[in-house]
Design a protein around this ligand. Structure first.
Ligand code: PLP
Length: 449
């Protein structure tokens, strides 16, 4: 077996070369696939093809909060396949999709009561940006063409998402292909002011006033929407400063700018509430969601909008299409069935309360890593946390990779990006598992020195 082949599930040899892995170091992975090929998943654990058990510290990619292979979700998907496997998304409807829209609207903040379904977070973001631009135009304010994102923001990989996103690696190859007229707020992470904050940092609300500066620069009449993650997940759990989101809300309201919360990570439980909007007490005009809505079982995302935004589109002859947008798999019956089963679990098991109970356990566990070699900062909010590590001189990203590999040897699958380690454990984790995760991470950090 050469370095590009590996033993797959049930020992079948797999050629690793043809698959171009997303957001991955393909060459390194294909040379070192040990402990990185998954054979089975159940509850809060994966098993590798070598038969080793890994605690799923990031709930997949922030999506499998309720644990893997949940029998309720599996049964719903199987039943759905036998009932209606697929039905056309355009000009036809499947009743369960309508019922899901109503359930999601009921969970959303008051006033956000219409749902447009898509298949991913990236599609949700691009859909929300299109709705924002079209909405102003429908309302006779066609000059509102600017979109404001935020540094270090992650809004997926569509051209809209990378334009408002603030991660240079995702943007730099496509300068000419990005949306025109986009500007960015500063990010809110300032270690000098807030290192090792537990929960929301006290410093930084004033950074929202940068929106006032952008309004003064561009004029409100040119700005359609501001999009932010209430808590920046992919950048490494950057938690909003106390009062920051409120100020953004005030400024958007004052200037007629739509505020979009990208809740692809924060929606459906991760914050100990249905949405970050509820957790942080700030109501946006639109929410994008995906991931945990159906426990990552089948791709599903969406945009929740205020009634008057929906109503603004409902003009022209009743027989005409109102919004020329949608996907073949919008509101896919299988994904919808998985979402209903997931929301049943949320209701029956009191998931949000469980996350709130676990939050201080995770907070204590993760902050116990303060003082370990090379740990520069630790942040947490809801059931999410991140640890910044001092980079190895001249080799950014290598320290976190080493920690990741040492953690794997200890049975922990953490997420690493740059020199940050992130965790977002399953809602079904036990306090013991969270403590063990932090202890194993401590050992990995020490070993990676
Ligand atoms: N928006 C946010 C806030 C995300 O965290 C992500 C993915 O992590 C996305 C959008 C993109 O979602 P997807 O990968 O499903 O396209």
């Amino acid at each position: 077996m050469n370095e590009m082949t590996a033993r797959g599930v049930a020992g079948v040899a797999v050629d690793l070369e043809p698959y171009w892995m997303p957001f991955s170091h393909n060459r390194y992975f294909k040379r070192h696939p040990e402990r990185r090929l998954i054979a089975r998943a159940e509850g809060a654990y994966y098993w590798t093809v070598e038969g080793e058990r890994l605690f799923d510290c990031l709930s997949g990619l922030w999506c499998v909060g309720h644990g893997h292979a949940h029998p309720r979700i599996g049964a719903a998907i199987e039943r759905q396949f036998r009932t209606v496997d697929y039905s056309p998304a355009f000009q036809m409807g499947y009743p369960e999709t309508f019922r899901l829209a109503a359930r999601i609207a009921a969970l959303a903040p008051p006033g956000l009561d219409h749902v447009f379904f898509v298949n991913s977070g990236s599609e949700a973001v691009d859909t929300a940006l299109k709705i924002a631009l079209a909405y102003h135009r429908m309302k006779g304010e066609a000059s509102r063409i600017r979109l404001i994102g935020r540094e270090r923001g992650y809004h997926g990989v569509g051209f809209g998402g990378i334009s408002v996103g603030g991660m240079v690696a995702n943007r730099k190859l496509y300068p000419a292909a990005q949306l025109a007229g986009v500007d960015h707020l500063p990010h809110t992470h300032n270690p000098a002011q807030m290192a090792f904050s537990r929960g929301m940092p006290k410093w930084g609300a004033h950074l929202a006033d940068e929106l006032a500066r952008l309004v003064a620069l561009h004029d409100a009449s040119t700005i359609a929407a501001v999009i932010v993650e209430p808590m920046q997940g992919s950048a490494g759990v950057i938690v909003p400063p106390v009062g920051y989101l409120e100020r953004l809300r005030e400024l958007c309201t004052r200037h007629g700018i739509l505020l979009v919360f990208d809740e692809v990570i924060t929606g459906f439980g991760r914050m100990g509430a249905a949405f970050g909007a509820e957790r942080f007490g700030v109501v946006p005009d639109m929410i994008t969601f995906a991931k945990t809505v159906n426990n990552g079982a089948i791709p599903l995302g969406g945009v929740i909008v205020r009634k008057d935004i929906y109503q603004a589109f409902m003009t022209g002859p009743a027989h005409a299409v109102e919004f020329f947008h949608g996907y073949t798999y919008s509101g896919h019956p299988m994904a919808v069935a998985a979402a209903h089963a997931t929301l049943d679990l949320v209701e029956e098991e009191g998931t949000f309360a469980r996350v709130r109970e676990l939050e201080p356990v995770l907070e204590d566990a993760i902050h116990s890593l303060k003082g370990e070699p090379g740990v520069l900062d630790i942040r947490n909010c809801g059931l999410a946390a991140a640890v910044d590590l001092e980079p190895i001189a001249g080799e950014p990203g290598l320290r976190a990779l080493k920690v990741f590999e040492h953690a794997l040897r200890r049975g922990q699958l953490v997420r690493f990006t740059g020199d940050t380690i992130a965790v977002g454990p399953p809602f079904v984790s036990t306090p013991h598992e969270l403590a063990k995760m932090a202890d194993d991470l401590r050992a990995a950090i020490r070993a990676a020195r």
